[in-house]
Design a protein around this ligand. Structure first.
Ligand SMILES: *[C@@H]1O[C@H](CO)[C@@H](O)[C@H](O)[C@H]1NC(C)=O
Ligand SMILES: *[C@@H]1O[C@H](CO)[C@@H](O)[C@H](O)[C@H]1NC(C)=O
Ligand SMILES: *[C@@H]1O[C@H](CO)[C@@H](O)[C@H](O)[C@H]1NC(C)=O
Ligand SMILES: *[C@@H]1O[C@H](CO)[C@@H](O)[C@H](O)[C@H]1NC(C)=O
Length: 300
């Protein structure tokens, strides 16, 4: 033991002795502090905001028959490809071929990918949601349908974890098309769906969107009081009840809505009047859909 210890000391001394002369001298350059120059009366320019244009569009009865009409198809491609991300609702094609054709046609204009839900519904009639998003700007980290333990929704919300590639900001998108007969029940469950999403690691900043049927005969003003999504200060409704998201001249209903949660910022929320854009007659507009898309800008 003594011998070993002595050997170790000798070795260490020998090593230090042999190494020290070859060690380069440590040069410590004194860091000259650069003064923080603040020019008075000249505000430092804030970095320019970037925007992600988000839409939600109920393309009424969206199946092969509608998509076979060339004029309608061309208008739909023009409307949808304005968005960096768009939640498409009321896809009813059983074969699921049409939505892939639509994606391929839109990919001629933008580098879209899609997050597609299962076919959802309680009867043989089912619908799908599809989020088209531009992969050059955005990434989808994960997606799910809300498990809906009490089976409140006819078509469970599609939940998507979206991230903006340049800023790294993250957002949960939740798309829903409520059943007109159960609007207060389904919207009443929406906060639970949001809480489920955040419990699963989806970002707390969220945009809940789609055709809520949240107006006129389907949701009366008196029924709002029972809906936490409408009464809780955690949520901000970006589309006012005075808006008209329906194409028909005979209706004035704010069915389609955006509801924001968390700290994410949104601006310029509007109804996309494609009938004005294309100078459509009412009949021409109705060939495209009975809903206008709603749109907002996510500030990233
Ligand atoms: C200068 O700016 C740096 C970085 O913003 C900051 O940490 C430092 O406190 C500033 N110094 C003075 C003197 O204001
Ligand atoms: C589309 O985006 C993906 C993902 O960022 C990228 O790998 C691909 O090269 C892009 N395609 C085109 C045609 O730019
Ligand atoms: C938002 O809307 C205002 C008013 O119409 C417009 O001036 C502004 O350019 C819009 N912002 C963006 C980022 O498009
Ligand atoms: C819009 O369409 C109508 C016919 O529906 C036509 O009379 C009018 O000239 C068009 N306006 C524009 C600006 O193209």
């Amino acid at each position: 033991m003594i011998l070993e210890g002595a050997l170790l000391v000798i070795l260490c001394v020998a090593q230090t002795a042999s190494l020290s002369p070859t060690l380069p001298p440590t040069i410590t350059t004194p860091t000259t502090p650069t003064p923080n120059v603040t020019t008075p009366n000249q505000p430092t320019a804030a970095p320019a905001d970037n925007y992600v244009k988000i839409g939600a569009f109920n393309i009424q009865s969206f199946g092969k028959t509608k998509y076979s009409r060339k004029d309608v198809r061309d208008y739909l491609i023009q409307i949808v490809t304005k968005y960096d991300a768009v939640m498409i609702q009321e896809i009813k094609d059983k074969s699921q071929v049409m939505i892939h054709d639509f994606l391929a046609d839109c990919q001629l204009h933008r580098n879209y990918s899609m997050a597609l839900s299962k076919r959802l519904g309680r009867s043989r009639y089912r619908e799908q949601y599809a989020l088209f998003y531009d992969q050059d700007k955005l990434a989808v980290k994960k997606q799910a349908e809300y498990p809906d333990p009490q089976d409140i929704f006819h078509r469970e919300p599609l939940v998507v974890h979206l991230s903006d590639k340049s800023s790294g900001q993250e957002l949960t998108l939740m798309g829903v098309h409520t059943d007109p007969d159960d609007v207060p029940e389904e919207l009443g469950e929406m906060e639970n769906a949001y809480n489920w999403a955040t419990s699963q690691g989806y970002p707390t900043d969220a945009l809940i969107m789609g055709d809520f049927n949240a107006d006129c005969s389907y949701l009366k003003a008196s029924e709002y009081a029972s809906i936490s999504l409408a009464t809780s200060t955690s949520f901000t409704w970006l589309i006012d009840s005075s808006a008209d998201t329906t194409v028909s001249d005979n209706t004035d209903c704010a069915y389609d809505r955006f509801v924001a949660a968390g700290a994410a910022r949104f601006t310029n929320t509007t109804v996309d009047r494609f009938d004005t854009t294309f100078n459509f007659t009412a009949a021409e507009a109705r060939r495209v859909s009975d809903h206008y898309p709603i749109q907002t800008l996510w500030i990233v």
